[in-house]
Design a protein around this ligand. Structure first.
Ligand code: G4P
Ligand code: NA
Ligand code: NA
Length: 190
């Protein structure tokens, strides 16, 4: 998506070869009009697939997921992070290890909101190592729902996320794909 690439060039900051800051329009301050355009773009890509729910991981995934769900006219479900395991019969739970943040957390989903009848589209802001997305897929599969794919705003293609998801049979659709970064340098791939 050219619009997002231009916005990243203009207002994003490549901190080093690994980390891209997009705090002024995605992660901290949010540009609603751009977010709506991006949600619509993801929705259009997956529109014919019979999606019944859009799911995301709190917190930065919520804005793109909400706009995607709005465009598809389906509910959005937020997978919630908890610092440690609590026993609860009403929840599906799985552990996530974040390499970037060097922490573990529990990802949870109420059994009420995704069921075996659902066909779920996952949406997130970044695809990096794919650990969070893999955990989200694990969680959704516990409910016996099916997964339509993963839509992300920004894929860092030099990290293994896409490969990891592909090996699980998950289609990835990314609005911007970054092939290479360095301090104040960004290379997009098509
Ligand atoms: P993974 O989920 O793809 O395996 O990624 P990883 O553990 O490496 O990433 C952990 C967190 O860091 C995720 O957010 C992810 O969105 C974010 N992240 C990864 N690379 C970048 C980057 O280059 N720039 C920015 N701004 N964020 C990045 P999170 O911990 O789930 O938190 P939240 O921000 O969604 O609340
Ligand atoms: Na995120
Ligand atoms: Na994030």
């Amino acid at each position: 998506m050219k619009l997002l690439e231009e916005k990243i060039r203009q207002d994003g900051k490549a901190v080093n070869e690994h980390i891209l800051k997009v705090d002024s329009f995605i992660n901290h301050q949010v540009d609603p009009a751009l977010m709506q355009d991006m949600g619509r773009e993801i929705a259009d890509h997956f529109r014919s697939r019979g999606i019944t729910k859009v799911a995301t991981i709190e917190s930065s995934g919520i804005s793109p997921a909400l706009m995607t769900a709005f465009a598809l006219e389906v509910p959005m479900v937020i997978l919630k992070k908890q610092p440690s395991k609590i026993l609860n019969q009403d929840l599906y739970q799985t552990v996530v290890t974040s390499f970037t943040k060097e922490t573990n957390y529990e990802l949870t989903l109420s059994k009420k909101y995704i069921t075996a009848e659902d066909h779920v589209l996952l949406v997130d802001d970044f695809l990096a190592n794919g650990e969070a997305a893999t955990a989200a897929i694990r969680l959704i599969r516990m409910s016996h729902a099916t997964i339509a794919g993963l839509g992300v705003l920004i894929e860092k293609s030099f990290q293994p996320g896409r490969e990891k998801l592909k090996s699980q049979g998950i289609e990835v659709y990314a609005l911007a794909r970054i092939g290479k970064m360095a301090e104040n340098y960004i290379e997009f791939i098509d």
